[in-house]
Design a protein around this ligand. Structure first.
Ligand SMILES: [Cu+2]
Length: 152
């Protein structure tokens, strides 16, 4: 009787363990990255991000390519995004498009100079709706250089 009860409980535990949806997926930073291209300003020196609404999902590796085709420097800055992702690295690309620098560690904001490109590789780890994306250069966010980031 007691043994039968133990077998039943063991079976129940196995069944419930098998129906869980949170299954560890190994090293999330080793996935093939999803590329998201964001332009900081444009050739007419518009104070905008293109696009200015960014949608991401938790658990996926992103390679966010930040390119600045304008004649002025711009920042890509979102404290909320910085706190909602695990950064794998930032890569700085040279004029020929090849990586010349890799930066590891937590990133708060990235400044991209005229004609420059940087890639921010990260995995979002929490769901959040943010409206704090901005360029922190004086007058730029006031001029419209703002955006939203949604992580689902
Ligand atoms: Cu700017």
């Amino acid at each position: 009787m007691k043994r039968a009860y133990l077998v039943l409980m063991f079976t129940v535990i196995i069944v419930f363990a098998g129906t869980g949806t949170s299954i560890a997926a190994g090293d999330l930073t080793a996935q093939t990255p999803i590329e998201v291209r964001i332009q900081l300003g444009d050739k007419e020196n518009s104070l905008r991000f293109f696009p200015d609404k960014i949608e991401l999902e938790t658990g996926k590796l992103y390679r966010v390519v930040l390119h600045n085709p304008s004649a002025m420097a711009h920042y890509f800055s979102s404290e909320g995004l910085s706190r909602a992702v695990f950064t794998r690295k930032v890569q700085v690309l040279g004029p020929d498009g090849k990586t010349i620098t890799e930066v590891k560690g937590t990133i708060l904001e990235i400044e991209v100079f005229p004609g420059g490109t940087a890639e921010w590789w990260f995995v979002p780890v929490k769901t959040v709706a943010l409206n704090d994306l901005k360029c922190t250069i004086k007058g730029h966010s006031e001029g419209g250089m703002t955006g939203t980031v949604t992580i689902k």
